[in-house]
Design a protein around this ligand. Structure first.
Ligand code: ZN
Ligand code: ZN
Length: 448
């Protein structure tokens, strides 16, 4: 199967030198200080610091800064069509570029959901005029996410669907998922799964445990997620299908994915920054803007299991599940508030602050997993190797900043780290061979 199409706005191909950057790309085996010469949107050459010929092109002083492969997020909600007051392709892509991303995949649980080929084609056309980085679009597995009838998966693939997902909801019926995996054999397209047993989740609004008991709130047990993962891994194994498990949150889920991988199932999975950085203790504040999402923040033991899964490779990639919401949906009591938080602009800084600086994981591991979300969808991952398209995140690892202080590129402000001081900042992003983002205060060198 060929790689699904990703779309972006055509613009000026970047030609510049990042002078003296500390490069890190564990996959390409690049680790050290170099000048990065970008010509016409391609990484033309890496030289020793101060050695690249910058005549006629822009020179960026990257002394003391880090250059990473730009990130790829396979799980983003762009809210278009239907809820453009929360986000759209232009603001979502801008938000991603500000977070160091060069590519994102948009979920299909829009209003209406993306269930017919014409919708995929329309979104791709919009991205070609509005997206500052590459955007791909998933289509739903079932018509209108009703869980009953499959969409025309083959036609959706022909129209350019980057994969399939009913995210927002689980695929309740094992029979329906099995049929979808049988169609996948004919048309390709990874099926991304929001794993949750609605019977077990019930009316839960947070993780079921001592904190939910203390707060008197209905809980969502961790087995609501893990039992569905086990079921779906068994179905995928039986049908030799390929599934990607979204937003892993619980220790039992890590175990279930680990077991499925050991059994040879074609399964990949992601974890979100908020699940890797926070536990349900945060919910004691009853702040729905920052701490209400589905799956919910789990226990500290669950968080540690996710970190372990990231380290041992059970968790393939990091995905934000960026879920913009309007203020009025969040400015209500915790029980009634909408589920979801934004995350694109803060993912790298938050994980650097919460996991790398305290020594829980290496910087190299973080960098590797932040771009790895392309692979499960058969998309080439960003690389700093010479000859690659320029997809570069230039970061200041020592810069401290307060989240939201200068607003957001996203149209929504329900960031889970709103108001928090983080260490590490993206200063510039090259995506698809173009300059996709520059921090306003980041001054450029003098062009020759
Ligand atoms: Zn979900
Ligand atoms: Zn989602």
């Amino acid at each position: 199967m060929s790689a699904p199409p990703l779309e972006m706005r055509a613009g000026e191909r970047a030609s510049l030198v990042l002078r003296g950057a500390t490069m890190l790309d564990p996959v390409a085996g690049i680790d050290g200080r170099h000048d990065i010469l970008v010509r016409d949107g391609t990484i033309a050459e890496l030289t020793g610091p101060g050695e690249a010929d910058a005549s006629g092109i822009e020179e960026v002083d990257a002394e003391g800064l880090h250059a990473f492969p730009a990130f790829f997020d396979p799980h983003v909600h762009l809210r278009t069509p239907g809820q453009e007051h929360k986000e759209d392709i232009e603001t979502g892509a801008r938000s991603a570029a500000a977070g160091g991303y060069c590519g994102i995949l948009a979920m299909a649980n829009t209003d209406p959901p993306v269930s017919v080929p014409a919708d995929v084609e329309a979104l791709r056309a919009d991205a070609r005029s509005a997206a500052s980085i590459r955007v791909g679009f998933l289509a739903t597995v079932t018509r209108a996410i009703e869980g009953e009838e499959l969409t025309e998966m083959a036609s959706l693939r022909d129209a350019g669907a980057a994969g399939f997902s009913d995210d927002g909801l689980p695929i309740r019926s094992a029979r329906v998922l099995r049929r979808a995996l049988q169609y996948q054999r004919l048309c390709g397209g990874t099926i991304a799964l929001h794993e949750e047993d609605p019977e077990l989740s019930g009316a839960g609004v947070m993780h079921e445990g001592p904190v939910s008991a203390a707060l008197g709130l209905d809980g969502i047990p961790s087995i609501s997620e893990s039992t569905m993962i086990a079921r779906d891994a068994a179905i995928a194994g039986y049908e030799d299908g390929r599934i990607h498990v979204q937003h892993l949150s619980a220790a039992e889920s890590v175990k279930a994915v680990r077991a499925a991988k050991a059994a040879g199932v074609q399964i990949s999975c992601e974890a979100s920054p908020h699940h890797l950085c926070l536990s349900d203790e945060a919910v004691r504040s009853l702040d729905p803007h920052r701490f209400k999402m589905n799956p919910p923040l789990r226990s500290e033991a669950d968080r540690q299991a996710l970190i372990e899964g990231l380290i041992d490779g059970t968790i393939d990639c990091i995905a934000t599940d960026h879920a913009p919401h309007a203020a009025e949906e969040k400015e209500v009591p915790f029980e009634q508030a909408a589920m979801g938080v934004t995350g694109l602009e803060t993912a790298f800084a938050a994980l650097h602050t919460h996991l790398v600086l305290p020594g829980a994981i290496d910087l190299g591991l973080l960098i590797e997993r932040m771009s790895a979300g392309a692979t499960p969808f058969e998309i080439e991952r960003p690389s700093l190797a010479p000859g690659s398209e320029a997809n570069i995140a230039l970061c200041d690892l020592s810069a401290k900043w307060t989240v939201g202080e200068e607003g957001y590129e996203s149209r929504s402000s329900n960031s889970w780290c709103d108001g928090e001081e983080l260490t590490g900042k993206v200063l510039m992003t090259l995506g698809g061979g173009q300059v996709a983002y520059r921090l306003r205060s980041f001054s450029m060198g003098v062009a020759a």
